[in-house]
Design a binder for this molecule. Structure first.
Ligand code: NAD
Length: 260
């Protein structure tokens, strides 16, 4: 049994912290994947204030989302390994920076989506200020917006209040949704091991969660295919592809666990 399986075997309350790298093997590009959607669109063009100010920016954002969802991705072995660990009672849940919903698709039950979800759209009001959505409460699956776009609307408006519709994600320059960081902090506080997977661990405040857990003495394991700034704080760094590393380790743990 490798060192990762050993640490996972000794833990009873793993909390996973995941980033874009857990989904690249599902075909969802991270910010630096060559040829990925982010090489054709600059996320800084879609700041919250630019989105609110410009119907042209909104139309371009919908085109980008259309491209993003052109191929509906499915969970990969890394998502499935984390869901299995939770189902076996060894993982309390996942805090993710991702917006793709693939942890839930894999069967994870407790998932805190720090940056929201692109599976839904929401009304953000007619003139939200200071990076804070101020909509009427309308929410719908993302298909709702795509159906309107396919019917010829470049920038579909809220059917209830004519407010601006946006994916239910947190854009650059947008405040986190109320309560989400508190939920993430509460989940990480339960951890006896934090497993950071596929994150450059550079986007704050989210990356502060594994960092502060490690500083409190909770073992931090990092699975990533390149170095991260938190590597010096980690109990173990595994350099590799999440979709290969995690299933192997979880198989070893659950295979060795007569109760799980
Ligand atoms: P990031 O792009 O900054 O870092 C991803 C890290 O994962 C990189 O260090 C990369 O080398 C590594 N990586 C890529 N594929 C991997 C694999 N198969 N196995 C192991 N490591 C792998 O991502 P981040 O830290 O999540 O921060 C970027 C922001 O972008 C987040 O806020 C997130 O919301 C957003 N984002 C989300 C998605 C998504 O929902 N899938 C995709 C792109 C960006």
């Amino acid at each position: 049994m490798g060192r990762l399986s050993e640490l996972l075997s000794g833990a009873r309350a793993v909390v996973a912290f995941t980033g874009a790298g857990v989904s690249t093997e599902s075909g969802v590009p991270d910010f630096r994947s060559p040829g990925g959607v982010w090489t054709r669109y600059d996320p800084r063009d879609f700041t919250f204030s630019k989105y609110v100010a410009s119907p042209q920016v909104r139309a371009r954002a919908w085109r980008m989302r259309r491209e993003f969802w052109n191929v509906i991705p499915g969970p990969n072995p890394a998502h499935i390994a984390l869901a299995r660990l939770e189902a076996a009672g060894r993982c309390r849940g996942v805090v993710t920076q991702n917006i793709d919903g693939l942890h839930q698709a894999a069967g994870s039950v407790t998932v805190v989506e720090v940056h929201g979800t692109s599976r839904e759209v929401m009304c953000i009001g007619t003139a939200p200020r200071a990076g804070t959505p101020a909509g009427c409460g309308f929410r719908a699956p993302y298909r709702w917006a795509f159906e309107r776009i396919d019917a010829g609307e470049a920038d579909p408006g809220c059917p209830s209040c004519r407010g601006i519709i946006k994916s239910a994600t947190v854009s650059f320059g947008q405040n986190l949704f109320p309560g989400v960081i508190e939920r993430a902090v509460a989940l990480v506080a339960e951890a006896d091991l934090v497993l950071a997977v596929g994150s450059s661990l550079q986007v704050y405040p989210a990356a502060g969660l594994p960092a502060s857990a490690a500083r409190r003495g909770v073992p931090l394991v990092i699975v990533n295919d390149e170095p991260t700034p938190l590597d010096p704080l980690a109990t173990l760094v595994v350099r590799g592809r999440a979709g290969r590393v995690l299933p192997h380790a979880v198989d070893a743990v659950l295979g060795a666990d007569i109760s799980g």
